[in-house]
Design a binder for this molecule. Structure first.
Ligand code: ADP
Length: 393
């Protein structure tokens, strides 16, 4: 009988799952999600090649995360095809300063992760809820927490520090960085695709609805564009990216904004959506003739170009650049514009390779090699989870 690995990625309005068979390396057997939680819950599951296996809608928006998670688990358990669930791996946004690697969840670990909720109030509670639910529904099942922050624990102290009084740094107000599971995956893939370059200085641009960049030197994170929260750095779908904190003071003092309004503004009403006034979806903006859509796209590119300079400064040079996530993987015109704005740094794009979505899209003589590498955070969680429980055996 083979082993099955369950990967859970739970957010405020969705619970995503991926199920893997463990035959040495994890192989995807099905994946799916419940979306629209608290509005119109909708479950879908599909096989590894995208064929739909199940679908269900609920009319009752009051169904709790917990009840919906139970439905999800029932479906998963009836689709194990004879294999045994041996571990559940969870995406957990925050591991604080302590966790630099995935952790097998014990009551003590769970208690400590709960204390980190104030550092990521929009994500951490939703990440931890299925861990608790599974502990009750499946007592004895090994669970592993995989952190978005862990990959960046290699950042030097100076990178992690804000110019704030020391006591605030000591209590945890520091730069953590996120999207670590994606960067970890890309760093591993690069050792397979271009082993020599993987040992050098690489800038990775994770351009999804959340977007950030990471400087990776010899496989380890040196710095990244997100900081204390997932707001900093690049302009994103609905998040501001880097913003002078003076703006927040102004909103509070001169316009009477409260904390909730500021939170909604910074996380939900800004970014591509706020600047364009049209959409947070890059495809819609790229297809639009509205000058506001063009301005939003220009700003997105400008910030990526600036941050690339900043990452290169932190690594003292640049040998490779990687595009990943929704926009990075699927938009040749955007990749083209970003690469052209970085020509001065030694990026020479092969436009044919770019249009054809090839893995290497720079010219053979380009001083900086450019790649498109699809990310797979779930696969990374599955691998980490297997390894973490093997260590405890
Ligand atoms: P998430 O952060 O939600 O996981 P994804 O990595 O799936 O996000 O990326 C979502 C983003 O990718 C959306 O803004 C979407 O518009 C963008 N995207 C997907 N396909 C394309 C495309 N062909 N061209 C431009 N943008 C795209």
């Amino acid at each position: 009988m083979s082993d099955a690995i369950l990967v859970i990625n739970a957010g405020s309005s969705s619970i995503k799952f991926s199920l893997y068979r463990n035959g040495g390396t994890p192989v995807l057997s099905s994946k799916g999600q419940i979306e629209g939680i608290a509005v119109a819950p909708h479950f879908q599951a599909c096989g590894p090649n995208g064929t739909q296996l199940a679908e269900r809608r609920w009319t009752d928006p009051a169904l709790s995360h917990r009840e919906l998670f139970r439905h999800l688990l029932d479906w998963i358990e009836s689709h194990l095809d004879g294999s045994t669930l041996t571990v559940a791996g969870h995406r957990v946004v925050h591991g604080g300063t302590r966790y630099s690697a995935p952790m097998v969840v014990t009551p003590e670990v769970l208690a400590e992760l709960t204390t980190l909720i104030p550092l990521a109030p929009l994500h951490q509670p939703h990440n931890l809820a299925p861990i608790r639910a599974l502990a009750e529904l499946h007592p004895g099942l090994a669970q592993v927490a995989c952190f978005d922050t862990a990959f960046h624990r290699t950042n030097p102290a100076v990178v992690q520090t804000y110019g704030l009084p020391r006591e605030l740094t000591d209590e945890g107000i520091r730069r953590y960085g996120f999207h670590g599971l994606s960067y970890d995956y890309i760093a591993h893939r690069l050792t397979e695709i271009a082993p020599e370059l993987a040992k050098k200085r690489v800038a990775v641009a994770h351009l999804g609805s959340g977007a950030s960049m990471c400087a990776i030197k010899n496989g380890a994170s040196v710095t990244s564009t997100m900081g204390f929260s997932t707001l900093d750095g690049l302009v994103m779908g609905t998040r501001t990216g880097a913003l002078d904190p003076g703006v927040v003071l102004y909103l509070m003092q001169s316009k009477g904004y409260g904390a909730k309004e500021i939170e909604t503004l910074l996380y939900k009403r800004s970014g591509l959506l706020g600047v364009s006034g049209i959409s947070n979806d890059m495809r819609i903006l790229m297809d639009s003739d509205d000058p506001r859509a063009a301005e939003a796209v220009d700003l997105f590119i400008h910030r990526i170009a600036r941050e690339t300079g900043s990452l290169a400064a932190a690594m003292e040079g640049l040998d490779a650049f990687v595009f990943t996530a929704g926009i990075g993987e699927h938009s040749p015109p955007l990749r083209s514009r970003i690469c052209n704005s970085l020509a001065w740094m030694g990026i020479a794009l092969d436009e044919g390779a770019n249009q054809a979505d090839q893995t290497r899209i720079s010219r053979a003589d380009s001083p900086v090699a450019v790649f498109v590498i699809p990310t797979d955070e779930e696969a990374m969680i599955a691998r980490h989870s297997c390894r973490a429980i093997q260590k405890t055996l």
